[in-house]
Design a protein around this ligand. Structure first.
Ligand SMILES: C[S@@+](CC[C@H](N)C(=O)[O-])C[C@H]1O[C@@H](n2cnc3c(N)ncnc32)[C@H](O)[C@@H]1O
Length: 241
């Protein structure tokens, strides 16, 4: 079987980013981040760094992406090379919580768990934003009170949006912009998360791994539409201090 067809390598292939986000929403966040020429941008838990690459590609800035997923980092390096950004964007395999170098703009989207949770992430990231800088913090919240099943699937420590905003404020941040992923962004995120493997299944219906994979994808889609769709939300906060 070719590497391209391998079920693991197709997992993320249909995703532009690994978060519920449209290009229009990304454009808004980048505009609100106000990245000026010469600024340094660091993305902690960057995945393949699509937003980081767009941030750097839009101006004369430099970027560093930090993640612990080698395959994602390799994809990021290739994207950087394809866009002639490889001299300006570096991808490093490193624990996000071990990063110590402050930057003008810090991105941390869907990776608060790498710091031990929302509060610890907001505390740790305070020391990584240069004076006058900005943090783009993307984190989950309960859009509606969760059922016990939703809490079990998503995990503990999630707050309602008001709690998330209040937490940031209590930890010394000013909320300069706030927007949440809409339903279509969520549906696209969940669909593209499954789409690489759905396509693989259609190509390999008789593969020995097909039955287990079909069950896995069916469970995820059932949980999304039946348990946490419209219940688990995702917020993008642009923070300063
Ligand atoms: C939900 S994804 C978000 C990726 C990216 N920020 C985006 O928006 O597309 C979370 C990322 O955090 C990374 N991650 C998880 N634990 C980490 C850690 N301890 N240090 C660095 N990155 C970590 C994962 O590998 C994954 O790429």
């Amino acid at each position: 079987m070719s590497t391209v067809d391998d079920v693991t390598s197709v997992r993320y292939e249909r995703m532009r980013w690994n978060t519920p986000l449209s290009q229009t929403h990304a454009d808004l966040l980048l505009q609100r981040l106000g990245i000026s020429a010469g600024a340094g941008v660091v993305d902690l838990g960057c995945g393949w760094g699509e937003l980081l690459l767009q941030a750097v590609g839009a101006g004369s800035t430099t970027g560093i992406g930090v993640d612990i997923d080698d395959a994602a980092l390799a994809r990021g390096r290739k994207l950087a090379a394809d866009r002639s950004l490889d001299k300006r964007v570096t991808f490093l395999n490193q624990e996000a919580s071990a990063w110590r170098e402050p930057a003008d703009r810090v991105l941390c989207i869907g990776a608060s768990h790498a710091f031990g949770g929302t509060a610890t992430a907001l505390e740790s990231l305070a020391g990584l934003v240069r004076p006058g800088g900005r943090l783009l913090f993307g984190d989950g919240f309960w859009e509606r009170p969760p059922s016990p099943e939703a809490t079990e699937i998503i995990g503990p420590g999630i707050m309602p949006l008001a709690g998330l905003v209040e937490q940031a404020r209590e930890l010394g941040w000013r909320v300069l912009h706030m927007s949440v992923a809409d339903q279509r962004e969520w549906d696209d995120f969940e669909s593209t998360w499954l789409a690489g493997r759905q396509a693989w299944l259609l190509r390999h219906p008789d593969d020995p791994r097909a039955t287990e994979l079909r069950d896995e994808l069916d469970i995820r889609l059932r949980e999304y539409v039946g348990v946490y769709r419209g219940v688990f939300g995702f917020a993008y906060l642009i923070l300063g201090r």
